[in-house]
Design a protein around this ligand. Structure first.
Ligand code: CA
Length: 355
């Protein structure tokens, strides 16, 4: 009888606690690397806040702060780790200085397309490795929206040979910057707000940003008319960060709502950006016919590929985990690329043949 009373009171207390957790409102803050107006990069967190509020019936409220508020565009990981913010939205490769393995969760030159990469994340070993790398920062990390293939950038002069790269001053971040540096480019990184002025004044001769959807608004074409097709960021993935301790304190249903909403708004960013780029591309052809769309000459591309392999091999020698993740991506890409070629790529070719 006594044990029955014990069980009963235990159940009662559990129910009260569960009801309390159910009724409690959780107020979180999320910091993004981007200014609030920089869509589509700034879209997933803002859509997440709205969606989570609705799905949780107002029990999980997320306040989203853009760069204009917290002034620490590249301090997101530290702020989420330290708990000043429960969540962050950024790009994994910005943490390359803290851990080189973070680059794999954004994109790497000549790497996977967004379909291939998403499949690696969710059905290959991508999520496993991402969590392994971020464990030491005491945060959870999730894919946070993809730009798809990024353009190779805006150049004031045509790149006809490798010689034209020597001494060129260019804004290009990530591993691609290291690759270009090997080819003699003077590489810098400049914040978004200063890009146009730097190009206009000749502080730099070239830059890469994202794609037509985001680039045309910046006006780069007015001072650098050569627009190159992509090689260096084939599927740049943004990133949602969550402070682990804060996540553990959420009731199970709110955890699930948050994770489900993250996936939904992240996929959505790709479509928002695809639409913006398709629209801008059509407009560009009509309104700015002076833009010269180019692909780098084959010898230049071959040198880029060789330099990429050398940069990757150098890191693989220094860091066993880098080697492991690189191999995981390579293996997955081999399988995935064969299918990409025979499915979507072949379909587009087929349509072209009957145009
Ligand atoms: Ca870029």
């Amino acid at each position: 009888m006594r044990s029955f009373t014990k069980v009963l009171s235990f159940l009662l207390i559990s129910t009260i606690l569960a009801t309390y957790a159910q009724a409690k409102t959780y107020k979180w803050k999320l910091a993004m690397t981007w200014p609030s107006t920089l869509t589509p990069l700034a879209s997933p967190p803002q859509k997440l806040a709205k969606l989570v509020k609705k799905m949780s019936d107002g029990r999980l409220i997320i306040r989203v702060d853009g760069k204009e508020k917290h002034k620490a565009a590249l301090g997101i990981l530290d702020m989420v780790k330290g708990g000043q913010y429960q969540m962050g939205h950024s790009g994994s490769y910005y943490w390359k200085g803290k851990d080189i393995n973070t680059v794999f969760f954004t994109t790497i030159p000549f790497g996977m397309t967004k379909d291939e990469q998403y499949s690696w994340f969710y059905y290959g070993d991508g999520m496993k490795y991402m969590q392994k790398v971020y464990d030491k920062f005491k945060v959870l990390s999730f894919p946070g929206g993809n730009t798809g293939v990024q353009m190779g950038g805006w150049f004031k002069k045509e790149i006809k040979s490798l010689n034209d790269l020597k001494g060129l001053k260019m804004r290009i971040p990530g591993l691609a910057g290291e690759v270009f540096a090997k080819l003699g480019v003077n590489v810098t990184n400049i914040p978004a707000g200063e890009l146009y002025t730097s190009l206009d004044r000749g502080t730099i001769d070239a830059l890469e940003w994202v794609g037509p959807g985001m680039d045309i608004k910046m006006g780069f074409h007015k001072v650098a008319p050569y627009y190159y097709t992509g090689w260096h960021e084939p599927a740049s993935e943004m990133q949602f960060l969550i402070n682990k301790r804060a996540f553990k304190k959420l009731p199970k249903d709110l955890q699930q709502i948050l994770l489900t909403a993250i996936k939904a708004v992240s996929y959505d960013m790709f479509y928002e950006n695809f639409d913006a780029s398709a629209t801008a591309w059509a407009k560009m052809k009509q309104e700015f016919p002076n833009i010269k769309v180019k692909t780098f000459p084959k010898p230049v591309l071959k040198a880029m590929k060789k330099a990429t392999d050398e940069v990757l091999q150098r890191y693989a020698k220094q860091d066993p985990l880098f080697k492991e993740i690189l191999n995981s991506q390579k293996e997955y890409m081999k399988k995935a690329r064969a299918w990409s070629k025979i499915s979507e790529y072949d379909y587009i070719k087929t349509c072209k043949e009957v145009e």
